[in-house]
Design a protein around this ligand. Structure first.
Ligand code: GDD
Ligand code: MG
Length: 349
């Protein structure tokens, strides 16, 4: 089975986190989201993965290479100019000859892709779209379902056009016949062009609603929310990390040094080679990725710290995302901010 990952978007709404990193490489509990998605695909029996890249492609292929480290075959399809989600799918045509899955790469989910494939076969449509429901669907593609099949697909509806809370989860199964409905070498949106075209051509698109956890990390707020949801849900937390070794609601790797009288208040995640200074307090809702050093007396709560970060002494960091390779001065008070290793300085969330 083959899966195509759409990983060419710019990630504009996640800036400045995506200034130097493509959105699919943004870490979730210390590991790129794309890697977590690929691990889930492997677990569900996918043997070949095609990654459609455009923006900052080298960051992605440098990390994953040919996939041999993860035990899967990875190929890349590259666009020089963004061709949209449909154009990216059309570009992968020469690698695909049977039923295949397509996934947006900014989604944190524990969907069972095997079940989705089985459902697709049972429903016998040209496509199956995984669906989820959200409170405010205007930033998504809304659908209406009729007897398990999609009757309406409307991308980014205006508030007065919202007729349903069911949305496209950005996870699809397609028959190769789909390629006939996408023009080559053109910008095509699968959501705005292809799905409406399929519906007006009376092709069957099934809707799969058996979604477990789902969240897109399109904005910093949702990125933080996805972490908090994982930290709050031990089952999801252990599935994400593929381990069940926890200390209450705290996960930490073995190579963590806890200074005298330092404390970790769960829920929290602590990566490899982390140094927590004397009397420092980590958590609740703290994620420290690999190679992080926290100075003595510092407090970190409701925050996500990426790798190779050094935080000085007696700082107070709340509701903040700190990007890779940052150095935070002693006594800094930072809240509701995104901090990246950039001359521009922190940005408010
Ligand atoms: N290769 C390539 N080329 N990939 C692209 C391009 C492109 O031109 N444009 C977007 N992508 C990738 C992005 O990297 C992302 O993984 C995926 O396609 C969807 O793009 P987003 O920019 O994240 O779209 P969205 O969040 O506004 O909406 C999409 O996702 C929602 C669910 O999160 C749509 O599919 C909605 O219908 C859906 O509800
Ligand atoms: Mg998105």
């Amino acid at each position: 089975m083959k899966a195509l990952l759409l990983a060419g978007g710019k990630g504009t709404r996640l800036k400045p986190l995506t200034n130097y990193l493509p959105k699919p490489m943004v870490p979730i509990l210390g590991k790129p989201l794309l890697e977590r998605t690929i691990l889930n695909l492997i677990e569900c029996g996918f043997a070949e993965i095609i990654i459609s890249v455009c923006y900052q492609p080298r960051e992605i292929d440098r990390y994953f290479g040919d996939g041999s480290k993860l035990g899967v075959k990875i190929r890349y399809v590259r666009e020089d100019i963004p061709l949209g989600t449909g154009g990216a799918i059309k570009n992968a045509e020469s690698y695909i000859d049977s039923t295949f899955a397509v996934l947006n790469s900014d989604i944190v989910t524990q969907i069972n892709l095997q079940e989705l494939m089985d459902y697709h076969r049972k429903m016998k449509g040209i496509a199956t779209i995984a669906l989820t429901s959200v409170k405010n669907p205007t930033q998504y593609g809304i659908v209406e379902l009729n007897d398990g099949y999609i009757s309406i697909f409307k991308e980014k509806p205006k508030p007065h056009e919202v007729t349903s809370n069911l949305i496209n989860a950005g996870i699809y199964v397609f028959e190769p016949e789909i390629f006939k409905y996408i023009s080559a070498d053109q910008v095509v949106s699968v959501e705005r062009n292809t799905f409406p075209l399929l519906l007006s051509s009376k092709m069957k698109i099934a809707g799969y609603t058996d979604m477990h956890y789902w969240m897109d990390i399109g904005t910093p707020e949702k990125y933080i929310q996805a972490h908090n949801d994982i930290l709050n849900n031990t089952e999801l937390f252990s599935k994400m990390l593929k381990t069940s070794v926890f200390y209450g609601n705290i996960f930490h790797n073995n190579s963590v040094r806890h200074g005298y009288k330092s404390r970790v208040i769960g829920p929290a995640y602590i990566g490899n080679n982390v140094d927590i200074g004397t009397k420092a307090v980590i958590g609740p809702y703290a994620v420290l990725s690999d190679n992080v050093k926290i100075g003595s007396g510092s407090r970190i709560s409701n925050s996500i710290v990426w790798d190779n970060v050094e935080v000085g002494k007696t700082t107070n960091i709340a509701n903040t995302i700190i990007g890779s390779n940052c150095k935070i001065d002693n006594t800094a008070e930072i809240c509701d901010s995104i901090f990246v290793n950039d001359i521009a300085g922190p940005v408010a969330i």
